[in-house]
Design a binder for this molecule. Structure first.
Ligand code: NAD
Length: 336
């Protein structure tokens, strides 16, 4: 039995990861600012510590000399409406950097055997993602660096931080760049939700139109959470440090994604594209579009892990829409 720590396990990916690690027979400790919104703590871990990882004393109490592996997923984080308006840049950079500085320092001090760090596709240069049909997200293309958000710059800094500790202190690290992970048990309202959740919620709530930010021709790929967790665990077992992409290569435009969700719902809805960086949608959020195109390049992952993700997008979308539709209906019921 391994002793593992999942930081940010009160969140979406961390919650799923902790649950899987516990089911696999590990002793799991989770630390997060808050409890998991949808799962009872006993389902995802053996010990749940509510604490702020910006505080070195908390990090020191969570990671012990007996800890075998640390999975670092805690970050000040959200969807485009949170990360790309500029309004949260100082907090995003300050909070996430502090967490990572504390975590890698403590892991080194306590001689943790392996540390997983969750970076992001947002590290890739904006100029390589201008053509929606042909974005370049090959791992080596991250340099010369020019991410389109401060969130991306922080991720790049922290990747380098983990690699520097590997180089100077020999601590074993694994760095993955996630590309739009989605699924049930994640944020679906309030401004921090990401595209598949936002579109599912709007579809569930509407009987005529749904608003889609931008012209809808911008492209992305989306990876279902179960495959993401599988990919993380296989990566941890390998002897490759990364950074490596973890994402899907099934690229769709945002309007195509919206049409898929509408079809799943069985409703007769039209898409209203709202354009212009300064546009405020009907929920009161500024609507940034992000880069024109982004797709995971999985060649390196496949080469190193001899495995690749394969589930069609539609399967994950069906499960996600079904869960969000249920949440929307429960909320309506609660309000009444
Ligand atoms: P999430 O927001 O659901 O989870 C992050 C968790 O970190 C939250 O529960 C939050 O409370 C916790 N946290 C934040 N600040 C903290 C602090 N000071 N102390 C303790 N806990 C703190 O996000 P997620 O989608 O599960 O993402 C997990 C990781 O993967 C993040 O590092 C994120 O940047 C990265 N990532 C996610 C995606 C994606 O598509 N979801 C894409 C790229 C990268």
């Amino acid at each position: 039995m391994k002793k593992v720590v999942v930081l940010g396990g009160g969140g979406f990916i961390g919650g799923h990861l902790a649950k899987r690690l516990k089911n696999d027979g590990n002793h799991v400790t989770v630390c997060d600012l808050k409890n998991h919104e949808y799962w009872d703590t006993s389902i995802i871990c053996d010990e749940f510590i509510v604490g702020d990882l910006r505080n070195p004393a908390i990090v020191s109490s969570v990671i012990s000399a007996e800890t075998n592996e640390v999975y670092q997923l805690a970050a000040d984080m959200g969807g485009a409406g949170y990360l790309f308006t500029g309004d949260n840049d100082a907090n995003v950079m300050h909070n996430s950097s502090l967490i990572n500085l504390n975590v890698i320092h403590e892991c080194t001090k306590k001689r943790v055997k392996k540390v997983f760090y969750s970076s992001s596709a947002c590290v890739y240069p904006e100029q390589n993602q201008l053509d929606p049909n042909n974005p370049n997200c090959e791992e080596s293309s991250a340099y010369p660096a020019s991410p389109d958000s401060e969130y991306g710059w922080e991720k790049l800094f922290s990747e380098r931080l983990y690699l520097a500790f590997y180089k100077n202190y020999g601590i074993d690290v694994r760095i993955a760049r996630f590309h739009n992970i989605f699924g049930p048990m994640g944020t679906w309202s309030g401004g921090k939700e990401k595209v598949p959740a936002a579109i599912s919620r709007k579809t569930a709530e509407s009987s005529n139109t749904i608003e889609v930010w931008g012209d809808g021709l911008q492209t992305r790929s989306f990876l279902y959470i179960d495959e993401c967790i599988e990919a993380v665990l296989k990566f941890m077992e390998s002897d490759f440090l990364g950074p490596v992409n973890i994402g899907s290569q099934e690229m769709v435009s945002i309007n195509e994604l919206a049409r898929m969700v509408i079809n799943i719902s069985g409703k007769d809805l039209t898409i209203q594209n709202i354009q212009g960086q300064a546009f405020i949608d009907k929920y009161g959020f500024i609507c940034p579009e992000g880069v024109r195109g982004r797709n995971s390049d999985n060649r390196l992952y496949k080469e190193k892990m001899r495995w690749s993700v394969s589930q069609p997008l539609i399967i994950g979308l069906e499960k996600t829409y079904c869960w969000i539709n249920e949440q929307v209906n429960n909320e309506k019921h609660y309000i009444r």
